[in-house]
Design a protein around this ligand. Sequence first.
Ligand code: ADP
Length: 577
Amino acid sequence: EVRGIQRALGIGVEPKLTVNALEVLRRRYLLRDESGEIIETPAQMFRRVARAIAAADGAYGDDPKKAEEEFYLMMSGLEFMPNSPTLFNAGTGTGLAMSACYVLPVEDSLESIFTTVKNMALIEQSGGGVGFDFSRLRPAGDMVRSTKGVASGPVSFMRAFDTATEIIKSGGKRRGAMMAILRVDHPDIMEFIASKAKHGVLTNFNISVAVTDEFMRAVEDGRDYELVNPRTGKSVKRLSARHVWSQMAENAWKGGDPGVVFIDEINRHNPTPHVGRIEATNPCGEQPLLPYESCNLGSINLSRMCKNGDVDWEKLRRTIGAAVHFLDNVIDVNPYPLKEIDAMTKANRKIGLGVMGFAEMLIKLGIPYDSKDALALGERIARFLEDEAARASEELAGRRGAFPNYQGSIWKSPRRNATVTTIAPTGTISIIAGCSSGIEPLFAVAFMRHVLGGERLFEINPLFERVAKERGFYSSSLLDKVVRQGTLDGIKEVPEDVKRLFVTAHEIAPEWHVRMQAAFQKYTENAVSKTVNLPRSATPADIEGIYSLAYRLKCKGVTVYRYGSKGEQVLNLGLGE
Ligand code: ADP
């Protein structure tokens, strides 16, 4: 009702932001004038974005004012957030693009490689992340006809991308992020697998090995497989699949890289096989894309989709509809950094709607994350999201037309978007919305968060604070303990059922992480960003087991993180770390 009145009066609802959200917004999102002074409030930021995105409606004879109001309310109500570049750039008149995800082609020539470095720089300027498949590059030591020299191979060229990104970082709003992919049958695969083993190299890259079904069968059977020179198409060497597999696990055990991308599974779900094969994903792996394709993401805050201890399905349905409308509009108003990206993106019109705050929804519903009930809820949410988003896209197609590549696609009825759902990490937008990230469990009940610039922000989970007060075990000495260790483990005054509910990422067995990823993947058109957390004591063999399980459960990729294995972490447990 208050909203109705405010709407009638044209007044903006001030969002209920946490201290950390305000801090993040002030540092990187709110518009500044030439002297660097902040010139908008968070409410004005959401208004700016809502208006710029709603403007697309005019071209279809719809009322932009109505859409603007709807978009504004769901953002300022912290129910939906578009990916960061949309918040950074929409309505600013800077000409910077609004998508988080891109894939650029890398062909086997100096011309192509350095054109792509340049194009990458243009994308990074807007805050987007880029993925590349380096598999077309001839291997190190191969012949270079023009100079009669020898080729230096994919890994050495990756350094050029890394250095360029490093330089751009200093000027931009956040450090750049890239994904490098190499097929498991590329002759330089062993060098690639170990390319991040040394501390401080290729730090702007996530790396993933593109693993094929054939390779997985060779691992199972204990066979050798062939490495093929992409320039000649000839087999140059044979390797033991199990050896390569174990080296992947060994390196991931040491430092988190490489991850794995199940490239055949990805292509089984490629919605436009007639347009091209998918070879790469964006930096965090949740968005497979064709070369020169971009995608804009958005996430619904599930912790605001609960009512009386249950899911508020009606509210969720409405929010999904509005979010699909929003993300589809972004495609029209987005100033793309390259004409090739403009053309490819508008031909497929991919969007990636996902969720965040899933851990908090589970807590509100009284379901521990590592339980069968949680998996069932995850699957149900993913399916609902998928059904409703697809329906909204079909409705849009009825009024605005199907995506241009629709004929020949895998879809049976016309829809506006080649894909509609993606589960993003929501690294920063979840801070703005004040909820847990993506479909991850709570990272900690209380922790210090490192943000850009090296400062640390203290956070206690507000749901825990509330439960502790309601149940009468809240005290400052309790909080001290929780902050020191991050978890509730061994704290006597906390009842068992509360401990169970507030279970954190590192206390959850790795298998549950994989199963939750698979539960969401089952009904997600693109991929699911999820970290499989492992205890410090986990072994490389444990990691091999996780990779195999992810493959069997039809995940599109998998990334592990063993506690303490990376020097620099964005999040750290407890004060003591
Ligand atoms: P956000 O919360 O900022 O919207 P996410 O953590 O959900 O972003 O990441 C979604 C995608 O956005 C990533 O997979 C990547 O493509 C891109 N991205 C995230 N962080 C960065 C970054 N620092 N630089 C470039 N791209 C990024």
